[in-house]
Design a protein around this ligand. Sequence first.
Ligand SMILES: [Mg+2]
Length: 411
Amino acid sequence: MYFTQVSMADTTLVHGSARDRRACERKRRRVAEGSAVVLVPVLRNAAEAALGMDLPGSADGEVAGGGGSTASSVGTSDMVCALGESEEGRHPFVAAALATAADVPPEGVLPWPVGRQLVVVLDMDQTLVGDVTPLADRENFETNIPWESWPAGRARGVPDAVMSACLTAGVMRPGLRELVGVLRELGVLVVVYTHSEGAWARKLLRAVQREVGHFVYRVFARDDCLDGQCGLGWTSQKQLAHVAARLAETPGLEWVSVGSCILVDDRCDVLDLSEARRQVVVPPYRYTPTNVRWDDSIDDEVVATNSGKLMKEVVYRTAVGWGLAPPSLVAAGACDAAWHRRAAAEARTVKARNRLAASDVALFSVAAGLRHVQGDASDASVRVLKAFVDRRQLVPGPAPVYPSLGYSIPE
Ligand SMILES: [Mg+2]
């Protein structure tokens, strides 16, 4: 017996001709060279293009928390302020933070009135959050293994407190709270479209929304992808026509069509070429939690109260099959040297990526903080700081920034 469910985390699915793939890879590399903190200005440009209009904003906004080849000349804060204060009379970023609630409303509840006929379809993994594979693996083992016995009083699945700690420690993409504030001010419909397994995606998104406020109207998950139940006849992993058709079935959302959707995704090969123009590609955000393991809750009590057959033939065999545990766990005397070498290499990669992500978080925090600096513009320290985080300085991406900080850019 073998636990056959694939990992809940996103997987690679390549389609199209070799030439298409090469073009995608070139585009991806160009995007990946930019700072990870580009969601808001990129989204703003895409929203303008989709709506066929210029959204209000000033012409010389300062730091918007990122750049990239499609960066707008208008700063995030300028755009939000020009759109007016929220009904609470507070800065929209604050309003979004205040909207954070212990209980996130269920799917199908609008987080705010939809005032523009635009659907922002957001990818989840490496777009809204970093690489959550360790969390997803633990969730998978605890909730999908047919355990014969589980300790009384111990919930199965990653606890909310662990989810929250990971999200705030770096798993959440920097700027996500601000992005939610902007989406709210724009009054657009927001859905998430992910290749992750549905139950996991909904759990993770509930945790995210407990941190940044309610913003997801509906979740489309693996069952809505090519290799899910809806995949027959599809030529791509995701299909905006599917999302639009499902949404348009809802009373009040009959206006939704492919033409009113834009997809924000870190991968440029997920849509069929016929829909590719509706996509905004953003650099992948790759922070990976390092303090979560697949067997965090599988302690001596769990091992002792489940049969050796289940542990060896399902649990351990799955862990070894996924590369999470050394081969000797199921095959006595097996050589673990290659596994340890691979694990050490992966740990080094994760460490480098997390340092890169930490730089993005720090840069974004400085940029966000400077938006609220009311000090004398002639103050040299303020000028230097603003120059450092000026969007134009970030346009070339981390290339000139990270090496100077002693960081390498992994790939
Ligand atoms: Mg993704």
